[in-house]
Write a protein that binds this ligand. Structure first.
Ligand code: FAD
Length: 292
């Protein structure tokens, strides 16, 4: 079993991975081959100690080189669920694979797009975050897919392979995914509604009209780069969408630590790197104290 599973390859996850490596711990680092869009999208970074006025892209390349030098690779499978068992954690990916670790570090960042009304309420009842886990449930059905990033378009393709009709609501600029059974809708979704199960997506009315427009569907997929920590880890204590931690980055779940933007403001690289480092030391101490 691995000593630790790190979810997220931004500054917090990378810092945790480098420290765990130095401490001789085994781990799997989940995230993106591009590390984090919040690193490479930054035009200029002025406040990272030792690197004056570096571009996000150059910073990203320096981090990639450091990871390669340390022989740390990134597992690009998306984590779909983290389950706390008695003395270990099982992590499931959207691709259907499972990994086991004595500890977990959540370094997920924050999703800047807030959940719409009804999204959390209907999660698992007609609302899903995971195309590969739940797509088959909508074979021959009509679904709405709200997609926040072009990088997630392969998930739309997966859904279009099952559903008879896909209404795609792209929340990003530029060309979006096309297929004969995919219809693009350029409106702002504001609410998911239904009874026992979600059965409609409601859009904001244009300024000239007062009546919201509704789209009847069998299910709604919300495809996001990062989902809320509470939706990912059952039983995790959060406040205002952030994971509650102490100074050792311990969460309320024994052996589960969190670092970076997901623990709260300020959203900064140095805070993320510092917290990732502290979380890694807490994992090291936890493993020493809980040896079989
Ligand atoms: C445009 C821009 C400019 C910025 N400029 C500055 C600046 O100049 N100075 C500064 O200090 N801060 C700046 N910031 C803030 C900074 O980017 C964040 O504070 C920092 O990136 C947080 O690091 P993190 O590791 O916590 O999260 P992130 O960098 O957001 O990384 C989160 C990682 O988790 C991964 N992930 C999420 N969910 C899953 C999952 N389910 N499975 C697998 N992986 C997952 C994501 O793919 C990503 O790799 C800027 C932010 C933006 C957007």
């Amino acid at each position: 079993m691995l000593d630790c599973i790190i979810v997220g390859s931004g500054l917090a996850g990378i810092s945790a991975a480098l420290t765990l490596q130095a401490n001789g711990k085994t781990f799997e680092l989940f995230g993106s081959s591009e590390l984090s869009s919040k690193i490479y999208r930054a035009e200029k970074i002025h406040n990272y100690p030792g690197l004056s006025d570096i571009s996000g892209e150059a910073f990203c390349n320096a981090l990639k080189a450091q990871l390669a030098e340390a022989k740390i690779s990134i597992n690009t499978q998306k984590v779909a669920g983290v389950y706390a068992l008695k003395d270990k954690f099982t992590v499931m990916t959207q691709e259907g694979n499972t990994f086991e670790g004595k500890t977990v570090i959540l370094a997920l960042g924050v999703e800047t797009i807030k959940p719409i009304q009804g999204e959390t309420e209907f999660l698992g009842r007609g609302v899903s975050y995971c195309a590969t886990c739940d797509g088959f449930l909508y074979k021959g059905k009509t679904i709405a897919v709200v997609c926040t990033s072009k990088a997630l378009e392969h998930e739309i393709a997966h859904l279009a392979g099952f559903a008879e009709k896909v209404y795609l609501i792209p929340m990003y600029k530029g060309e979006s995914f096309q297929a004969p059974n995919v219809e693009k809708i350029m409106k702002m979704p504001v609410k998911i509604d239904g009874e026992r199960k979600a059965n409609k997506l409601v859009f904001a009315a244009p300024p000239s009209e007062n009546i919201p427009q509704e789209l009847p569907v069998d299910g709604v997929f919300m495809l996001k780069e990062s989902i809320s920590p509470a939706a990912l880890v059952a039983g995790l204590e959060t406040k205002d969408g952030h994971v509650v931690v102490d100074r050792g980055m311990n969460t309320n779940l024994k052996g589960c630590f969190a670092a970076g933007d997901c623990t709260g403001r300020p959203y900064q690289y140095t805070k993320a790197a510092g917290e990732g480092n502290v979380a890694a030391y807490s994992v090291t101490a936890y493993c020493a104290a809980n040896k079989e």
